[in-house]
Design a protein around this ligand. Sequence first.
Ligand code: NAP
Length: 373
Amino acid sequence: MSLPTEATQVIFERLPEGDGEIITDTSKPDSTFSVKTVKLNENLKNGELLIKTLLLSNDPTQRTWLRKQGNNARSYIPPVYEGNVMESFGLGEVLKSTSEKYSKGDIVSGRIDWADFAIIPEAKILNKIDTKSGLPLSYYLSVLGMTSLTAFFGLTEAGQLGKYLKEKPEKGKGPIVCVSAASGAVGSTVVQISKHLLGASKVIGLAGSEEKCKWVERLGADLCVNYKDSDYQDKINNFLGDSYVDVYYDNVGGQILSFLLTKMKEFGRVAACGAISGYNDPKESYVTTWFDIVAQCITVEGFLVFKYKEKFPEAIKILSDAIKEKKIDVDDSIHIEKLKGDSPEQKLSEIPKIWNLLFNGNKPNGKLLIEVA
Ligand code: NAP
């Protein structure tokens, strides 16, 4: 195949007014994104890779990367500034390389442009995929990738439940775990790891519809409630009776976190994984029950999955075994969206719409990926 001479890219144009919901229709003048086709430089600088984008991950955290030029507030990862190509985690095939680490033909995982082709520095690559394993590439962005690792370390390290990997609790005496965004990529894995690997006695999920809740219960949750129902708190209260939650795995912040803090056991732990309720509007993630942290001596531990990088191989082995033993579902947990359209511009303009499903309640269960090529 001859090398591409141009690339079609999705550009992050502007933050929505008032930091609100993003505008995904790239044909609108106030759209958050635009699509353009540019010439690719055929001469790579030292340490650069020409990448063909294969699969893109859709992550809520990408919303927190979006910045106005000149905003230097601290960030856990380099932001994407207005006027630049939007990025996500993803997989690409190396078409040409001046890097000593990666060669033509390698499939690599890293921070990839929202584009069909891109020239990127090798520093943006996390690792090379072992294609000899024969596993579907999608696994490396989902059940064996950042998603499952986040669920795993959130529970075992921030939630301090790792001891139960080796020594299962007595039947019925395991921890009570609750997780929000339970039908999502991370949340659905939290349910399964808690129930099938850590011996949780009760697992409670919260998700945004009856249908999503049924799926979460099929995965192993003892109860899943629709947080959009006015009586969801009563349902959790009734289910818990006199008992309280040992570990709350918080993906959303805000109103749900405020309620769950009142349901925590003394010395319970909150694994603070994310706060998606506030990514479009930070006010939505505010907490109103802070004093429960004091009164019940609750530990709230924020964490980032990359903090545990050294332990990834060990965790991937445990997760791979769990997949083989069917303790972690792979059939219904990965949803791959193909880009539709007649031209590269039409196809690429679908990406913001697909990503925005994470925020508007219409995301399919589990991990949502985009197949670019
Ligand atoms: P995801 O769950 O696949 O998609 C987002 C989910 O959030 C959707 O399923 C949606 O479900 C739910 N949601 C959206 N708005 C909500 C709201 N206002 N209130 C309650 N739920 C809402 O995404 P994910 O990749 O698994 O990420 C889940 C969380 O983990 C995010 O907060 C993300 O930032 C965080 N995360 C953290 C790390 C880390 O290292 N700390 C790494 C990866 C991800 P419903 O339809 O049920 O609303």
